[in-house]
Design a protein. Structure first.
Length: 497
């Protein structure tokens, strides 16, 4: 069974999704989905242990050797992502049944869980596969289910948000498919490991530059990198709360994975950052994204919009680390992938709890909530502090490693700008804290009850993770550093030969 873990990682949620149709009761479907997600997390944890001790795991589907057959290749980089996606999915699903009772009509609950599991399947498949065309297939599975999940919200604005996402996502997927097609035309293979050996032979070909350009633009659309981010704020703001929490913590991380995987492993660092002057472009877009999105977040009146724009800014930090093109810079990016998932998962789940009690998350509705929902608001405060980068939180660890990477590379001005960008987060987090703790509840409003325990458990699991991994960084830093060194092909203890 251990030999088949890579394919089981994808098959388990894929097979579970249609089985949900045969379970009539909503609560049983929820338990089945939660159990399925927990199994994927267990598989990810087992794969992590296997990869860290024995090196890269290669699984050939049907026994066909690559490049003729499709292979799943699990290394230190993608097993890190598999762990993040499956862990967040499992924690978020704990609150799913309670949350969707208020936000999704009961006759659609089963469809919600089917779509959720399909989206999970797509993300896990994108990360696990070693075949470029399979990346596109799983991307479509994940994206199509995402559009439908957003549209499940009873808010009519969700339909427009889903439509915007559909248009932008389709353009992005089409660009990615064109890039994959051009690579196949030049090399006659779709296996990513094989591509990495054959593409250097056509380095001077204009077709290769065109393929990379299509891939980068398509992935950046999926990533919501400034200025290709316009679909994200409304998609996060008007989707059901559980959907927002899941996507905010995972979807953009998968897109970052694709950007790093194709840049480092497929096209190669010498081509991506030497033949093409992309370092300065990515760094500039990352910095502009940090300031523009953080400034936009300050002026939002819907708190989901606040944290949606914050996500665009955090994507900017990840891209800055990626653009440094050093081991320490890439380590900072991979660390922030993990840490940002913990932050945004906790924050959007807490907003889901507020939505459950108040029916909305307008900033004016937060008046007096510090006393009425103390545990939920405490989670938002701690999540906000992590977002800012206060010491003893995961946000501080990410920012510290990014600043060290920038200073090591002599990029002092960029390091200063990163610090200034972090200060903007203080402003929009403080607006929420001020409203909740320093404004009295509006007169005539009934006392709001604390969130149900089914919300508080997953929220505080993620908040404790924010603090624990901000203090004890051994797991996150060790895996991130090992993955970064492997991508730069620097030998490490336990790496595959």
């Amino acid at each position: 069974m251990l030999v088949h873990l890579p394919i089981l990682q994808v098959l388990v949620p894929l097979m579970a999704a249609p089985l949900c149709l045969f379970i009539k009761r909503s609560q049983l479907v929820w338990l089945f989905s939660l159990f399925t997600s927990a199994i994927t997390f267990l598989i990810s944890a087992m794969l992590l242990q296997q990869v860290m001790t024995s090196g890269t795991v290669v699984y050939e589907l049907g026994g066909w050797d690559a490049p003729w057959g499709i292979e799943y290749r699990i290394d230190k980089f993608n097993v890190f992502l598999l762990l993040i996606i499956s862990a967040i999915s499992t924690v978020v699903l704990i609150a799913a049944q309670t949350s969707i009772e208020k936000e999704i009509p009961k006759d659609r609950h089963t469809y919600f869980y089917i779509l959720y599991l399909l989206s999970l399947t797509g993300m896990l498949g994108i990360v696990a596969t070693g075949d470029a065309f399979n990346v596109f297939v799983f991307l479509e599975i994940s994206s199509l289910s995402a559009y439908a999940l957003i549209a499940l919200s009873p808010d009519r604005r969700a339909l427009w948000a889903a439509y915007q996402y559909l248009i932008m996502g389709t353009i992005g997927a089409t660009f990615i498919l064109i890039g994959i097609g051009l690579m196949y035309q030049m090399t006659g293979t779709l296996n990513m490991e094989d591509l990495s050996h054959r593409l250097p032979e056509v380095t001077q070909s204009r077709t290769l530059f065109t393929a990379y350009a299509f891939m980068v633009v398509g992935i950046c659309l999926k990533l919501a990198l400034f200025p290709l981010h316009l679909w994200l704020p409304n998609a996060y703001a008007y989707a059901p709360s559980i959907v927002t929490a899941f996507f905010a913590a995972t979807a953009t991380k998968v897109a970052i994975y694709l950007l790093i995987r194709f840049t480092f492993s497929v096209f190669g660092l010498s081509f991506s950052f030497t033949a093409l002057p992309l370092q300065m472009l990515f760094m500039s877009l990352g910095l502009i994204g940090v300031f523009v999105a953080s400034t936009a977040a300050i002026y939002q009146t819907n708190v989901k919009h606040v944290f949606a724009y914050s996500s665009i800014a955090q994507i900017g930090y990840m891209v800055i680390g990626f653009s440094i093109s050093t081991v320490s810079g890439l380590t900072a990016t991979l660390l922030h992938l993990f840490n940002h998932a913990l932050m945004k998962g906790a924050l959007f789940l807490a907003l889901g709890a507020v939505m459950y009690r108040l029916g909305g998350v307008q900033i004016s509705q937060f008046q007096g909530l510090g006393k009425q929902m103390p545990l939920t608001m405490a989670a938002i405060v701690l999540g906000g502090l992590s977002l800012i980068g206060v010491p003893l939180t995961v946000g501080f660890v990410s920012k510290w490693y990014l600043l060290v990477a920038l200073i090591e590379s002599g990029l002092w001005p960029v390091a200063v700008l990163v610090l200034l960008g972090s200060l903007l987060a203080v402003v929009y987090v403080w607006r929420i804290i001020e409203m909740a703790y320093f404004r009295p509840a509006p007169p005539g409003i009934e006392t709001v009850k604390e969130a149900p325990i089914s919300f508080l458990i997953p929220i505080w699991i993620l908040i404790f993770a924010n603090i624990y991994f901000g203090i004890d960084t051994r797991l996150s830093v060790e895996v991130a550093e090992a993955a970064a060194q492997e991508l730069f092909q620097i030998p490490t203890f336990g790496a595959s030969k």
